[in-house]
Write a protein that binds this ligand. Structure first.
Ligand SMILES: Nc1ncnc2c1ncn2[C@@H]1O[C@H](COP(=O)(O)OP(=O)(O)O)[C@@H](O)[C@H]1O
Ligand SMILES: [Mg+2]
Length: 353
């Protein structure tokens, strides 16, 4: 590295209250269950501060910018002092996940290298139906499904129960609850009615894959490296909660189920299963145009068939969580992983975009 430090700008977009700020006030002794994990999870601000600190530890000059839905803040900064590279952690704009890709597009127009997936991949993976079509066309197993634009399920749908109902253009388990898994037509119709009231179509009705849930993180491009795989243990969930990562399981420390699901790494897989999971994960990463880093949510069904449920470009990089848990199991520290992602983006410095 030359004497001049590389300037990395961590770019994100957060508006409104920080829900996790409120958790600081919670009195744990008032909970009616025994929490296993801390209730006080890091706030949004603390998480980005941790990233900046880690990047500085790696010798970069680093700062963070919260767009707060105002793109002129970025334009002003680019005019004043263009960063050498942007750590792009923007996930939505004006509350619209679909605008995520436009921010990456803007960085391309400015010729600023940025981390993670290009606009095409960000847009594609937000459309679960389209992504599934592409996966299937490439021989990558994904659960059979129907995409609905109205709450009526065709009578001869040909899918086998149990089914799972989920919004097709949401992520992070939004709209995935314990009642999302349905066993018969009556439950399906009730769930469709509820989901259509809350979410915009299309809605995905998918065959529920019984089996082990794996989170497969990938780092790099040429070639991509599959990091040690995480497996989820749902065995402590109460019987009324299906074995899934529902919204409450993923995000809400005030819900008991959040404390009853555990992950471990590496997943214990036979050599053959590991090979198939890796193969499918890399293929899915490539065909969806992911870049630098991504996480695939996979269910390993009978006869070790790995079904791709979800492709996540630019997954959460919180220390100790999913992607970073896998990276750490591979021997990369939190800050080394961030450095690696920055370096991958810097390799594109002289490219057109
Ligand atoms: N077809 C399916 N079979 C079994 N479980 C599923 C299926 N689809 C989703 N799930 C469960 O719901 C969770 C969230 O669904 P996912 O497709 O990953 O959407 P999101 O984009 O919200 O993360 C998964 O991690 C998994 O636990
Ligand atoms: Mg997912």
């Amino acid at each position: 590295m030359s004497d001049k430090k590389i300037f990395v700008l961590v770019l994100y977009n957060h508006v409104g209250e920080d829900e996790y700020e409120k958790l600081k006030q919670v009195d744990e002794s008032q909970l009616d269950f025994e929490p296993e994990y801390p209730i006080q999870v890091a706030t949004v601000r603390e998480e980005y501060a941790a990233l900046v600190k880690a990047l500085r530890r790696e010798g970069f000059m680093a700062g963070a910018l919260n767009l707060e839905d105002d793109i002129s803040k970025l334009e002003a900064l680019i005019r004043r002092r263009p960063p050498d590279v942007i750590f792009n952690l923007v996930e939505h704009f004006r509350d619209e996940p679909a605008l995520e890709a436009n921010v990456a597009g803007l960085l391309e127009l400015h010729h600023i290298p940025y981390t993670g997936a290009p606009p095409f991949s960000l847009t594609l993976c937000q459309r679960k139906g389209l992504t599934k079509q592409l996966l299937m066309a490439n021989g990558i197993p994904t659960p059979r499904y129907r995409l609905l634009h109205t709450p009526e399920m065709p009578r001869r749908h040909g899918l086998r129960y149990p089914l799972i109902v989920k919004p097709a253009r949401e992520d992070a388990s939004s709209g995935v609850e314990k009642s999302s898994v349905v066993q018969n037509l009556e439950q399906l119709e009730a769930r469709l009615k509820a989901v259509f009231e809350e979410y915009s179509p299309p809605i995905l009705v998918e065959e529920f894959i019984e089996g082990r849930e794996l989170h497969v993180s990938i780092l790099g491009n040429d070639p991509p490296e599959v990091l040690p795989i995480i497996e989820w243990d749902f065995s402590e969930l109460p019987p009324d909660h299906p074995p899934i990562i529902s919204y409450a399981v993923k995000w809400d420390p005030l819900e008991e189920v959040y404390h009853r699901v555990h992950s471990f790494c590496p997943a214990k897989l036979s050599r053959a299963a590991l090979r198939r999971v890796k193969e499918v994960a890399i293929k899915a990463y490539r065909v969806t145009g992911c870049r630098d880093y991504a996480r695939l949510d996979i269910r390993l069904a009978k006869r070790a068939v790995p079904y791709v449920l979800d492709v996540n470009p630019n997954p959460d990089l919180t220390e100790g969580v999913s992607f970073m848990e896998s990276a750490e199991a591979a021997g990369y520290s939190f800050s080394q992983t961030l450095r690696r992602i920055v370096e991958l983006a810097l390799e594109r410095r002289d490219e057109d975009c």
